[in-house]
Design a protein around this ligand. Structure first.
Ligand code: PBG
Length: 326
């Protein structure tokens, strides 16, 4: 093995062209997904204060947002709905003319250039803000499964390419797969939020989607940040139940988890979700002049990709195309 001075690592860093040619990881907007919030009641539309640069859209302003996303070359959108009405059962989640089915139909009538992914959860639709049906103050896992399946069926019927259950209910992927298959929706894929931690980084999202739990927290169903072996168990169960893709969420504080899941399930596409708090930290520091927004966002997304994510969901997605060197 030759060593210094014959081997100089700096040679392959000498110019931007050399660095680009030798880069082991390359960001591609086509492998990013932009989350989009859609409101049923126009009074709730507009900027999200804790997420500067992120808007809540009506079905009408959604069109311009989708045009921007397509123009940026972003590969997919993840839809979150805010209903006009909530109740204990979250019944507005699975209405065929609810906000998400209508948003899916609208996007599908505009373009086939983005993969349309519909988040499937109840927390935006329940008046208590938990991700399932409550019984004695706790989420009743098994009673929640049918409701999640009905919701996924409604979104799939509207034309969603993939449904993405995020409720962390045991058995949710299997229940949704069976429901879709029984309703002749076998071609619709399931992107499972398989490895979803009980994270404080979701704070700004809960403002945006108006879904903070009114009492307690989500630690009874989301994962403990201390655990990684448990992530493998979660991912394995979801693969066995029929998940087409796996997700790890959040992303940057969990790069080790992304790498573990990537290595243990090499055959399953892996999606990472750079969540609201990760986004807002960058935006807040950038607004103060403490960090360079563009460079920090690109570095974060590159790190997530390097750790093993095939696809990354990011609130910066539609801006990344403009930021990448051409
Ligand atoms: C709904 C859901 C949440 C996020 C995605 N789907 C919130 C939560 O679990 O509390 C968080 C996304 C983000 O922070 O950007 N279950």
């Amino acid at each position: 093995m030759s060593s210094f001075p014959r081997r100089r690592m700096r040679r392959l860093r000498a110019t931007p062209a050399i660095r680009t040619l030798c880069a082991e990881t390359r960001l591609d907007p086509a492998r990013l997904v932009q989350p989009v919030f859609v409101v049923e009641d126009g009074a709730m539309a507009g900027p999200v204060p804790s997420m500067p640069g992120v808007e809540r859209h009506t079905l009408d302003t959604l069109e311009g947002e989708i045009e921007q996303i397509v123009a940026a070359g972003v590969g997919g959108v993840m839809l979150f709905g805010l209903p006009a009405r909530k109740d204990a059962a979250g019944s507005t989640a699975w209405q065929p003319d609810g906000v998400v089915p209508r948003a899916v139909e609208r996007i599908k009538s505009l373009t086939d250039r983005v993969v349309v992914i519909a988040d499937v959860c109840l927390c935006e639709y329940t008046d208590h803000g938990h991700c399932g049906v409550l019984c004695d103050g706790r989420v009743d896992n098994d009673a929640t499964l049918d409701v999640l399946a009905q919701t996924a069926i409604a979104y799939a019927r509207a034309g969603a390419d993939w449904v993405a259950p995020s409720a962390m209910a045991d058995g949710m992927v299997g229940a949704i797969r069976s429901g879709l298959d029984e309703h002749h929706l076998a071609d619709v894929g399931i992107l499972s939020y398989a490895v979803k931690y009980a994270s404080s980084f979701y704070g700004p999202f809960r403002d945006a989607a108006d879904c903070a739990p009114k009492s307690g927290d989500r630690a009874g169903y989301q994962m403990d940040p201390a655990n990684v072996r448990e992530a493998i168990a979660e991912a394995r169960l979801d693969v066995e139940e029929g998940a087409d893709l796996l997700m790890v969420k959040p992303a940057l504080p969990y790069l080790d988890v992304i790498r573990r899941v990537r290595d243990v399930f090499p055959e399953i596409p892996l999606v990472a979700y750079q969540v609201s708090g990760e986004y807002s930290m960058i935006e807040a520091a950038a607004a103060n002049g403490w960090l360079d927004r563009r460079r920090v966002a690109l570095e974060s997304l590159t790190a997530i990709c390097r750790a093993g994510a095939d696809v990354t969901i990011s609130y910066h997605a539609k801006r990344v195309a403009d930021w990448l060197p051409r």
